[in-house]
Design a protein around this ligand. Structure first.
Ligand code: NAD
Ligand code: MG
Length: 359
């Protein structure tokens, strides 16, 4: 087992990464203060892992709430099901919520924990690659609004993140690809050696090689933990983690949440960010092509939806949270392995990228 720490002074917490962690009661219970636990999961994950987690909690009052599965349920109405369960079962301020599932469950459970009785403890038990390398670390929690993704939420850190890599064995291939987009993102944004390592091992990673996946998760979490420790509330440098996301969010919201997976949209978004970086003279056409080949090997889409116009992109991008003073702010590449945040974007070059013009 590997243990990393997210360094946030009194809010610091460990990330445990390894196979078979969900059979070790003490690893979980050392982070539970009271005697009440509410497991928050969904209809897909519950039949696979709920009993396993319940078995770790002998002696506690253990309740669970099983949410409908899907990004389209990541809203206030579904959130309320968690509060209903907590109140109906008499959970008090010493309760601990366990987020058992992917990023949707994690974001909702975290936000429920942030607001239930003005804040109770929670622990992340992420079960998708995406949630293991990204959403379970860093304390962003929340739900979607009809008018925008993740528009209602809070920064709220968990007590611990427990990543049992065995859970990936049941994950559908498409979800593994989606998570791989975020893994590739970390390499692109600050770690050339890791990017080269991913290129070298992409076939075995996609085939589910447990040792390689654990290494990819570890390096990704290290990168995320490092950035979050510098800028917990995204006042500055943390926005670098949004590489590919401004384009990606535009695709996701245009298609309707849930049609393109978040990671799929991010994959295409990464390529669009690289494309624009190339037009601005920072990276070569060959490097863009290399990224495209990597995304293809990870079974990720490399073209935005056919019906999505430049105007669709621009209007979706200007409601993005990362827009400051009406100017489009983007994360781009200075080189492979080094991202930067800029609002100095040439509109013509941006439009060429959005229109998919040849490089
Ligand atoms: P998800 O939670 O929808 O999970 C994907 C699918 O896999 C679901 O159907 C789920 O039920 C299923 N599943 C989960 N674990 C499984 C397992 N082990 N075996 C089989 N099936 C399993 O999607 P996701 O990609 O994990 O997360 C996406 C969400 O995360 C988005 O809502 C996004 O906004 C959010 N997110 C948040 C942050 C953050 O910092 N908080 C960062 C990135 C993404
Ligand atoms: Mg993301």
């Amino acid at each position: 087992m590997i243990t990393l720490t997210v360094e946030l002074a009194e809010r610091s917490y460990p990330i445990y990464i390894g196979a078979d962690l969900l059979v070790l009661p003490e690893l979980l219970t050392r982070h539970i203060q009271g005697n009440q636990v509410m497991i928050v999961t969904n209809t897909t994950v519950a039949p696979l892992y709920l009993a396993m987690v319940e078995q770790l909690l002998d002696g506690y009052q253990v309740d669970s709430v099983i949410l409908p599965d899907g990004e389209q349920y990541k809203n206030l109405e579904t959130l309320n099901l968690i509060f209903d369960a907590l109140l109906e079962k008499g959970h008090n301020r010493t309760t601990t919520l366990l987020a058992l599932g992917g990023g949707v469950v994690g974001d909702m459970c975290g936000y429920a924990a942030a607001s239930y009785q003005r804040g109770v403890s929670f622990i992340q038990l992420p079960t998708t690659l995406l949630s293991q390398v990204d959403s379970s670390v860093g304390g962003k929690t929340g739900v979607n609004h009809r008018l925008g993704k993740n528009m209602i939420g809070a920064f709220y850190q968990p007590q611990a993140v427990l990543i049992d890599t065995n859970t990936l064995t049941t994950l559908p291939a498409r979800e593994l690809s989606a998570g791989m987009a975020e893994v590739i993102k970390y390499g692109l944004l600050e770690d050339l050696a890791f990017y080269r390592w991913i290129q070298q091992h992409i076939d075995n990673l996609m085939a589910g090689d447990a040792t390689l996946l654990a290494r990819a998760i570890r390096t990704s979490c290290e990168c995320k933990a490092r950035v979050v420790a510098q800028d917990e509330r995204e006042g500055g440098i943390r926005a670098i983690l949004n590489l590919g996301h401004t384009f990606g969010h535009a695709i996701e919201s245009h298609q309707g949440y849930g049609n393109w997976l978040h990671g799929e949209a991010v994959g295409t978004g990464l390529l669009m960010a690289a494309d624009l970086s190339c037009r601005m003279g920072a990276i070569s056409v060959a490097e863009v092509d290399e990224l495209k080949a990597l995304l293809v090997k990870a079974s990720l889409p490399v073209l935005p939806p056919a019906d999505m116009t430049e105007a669709d992109f621009l209007s979706r991008m200007s409601i993005d949270k990362k827009v400051l003073d009406g100017r489009i702010r983007l994360v781009l590449l200075r080189q492979i392995g080094q991202a930067y945040i800029t609002s100095d974007v040439d509109r013509t070059q941006l439009c060429q990228t959005l229109a998919g013009a040849a490089l």
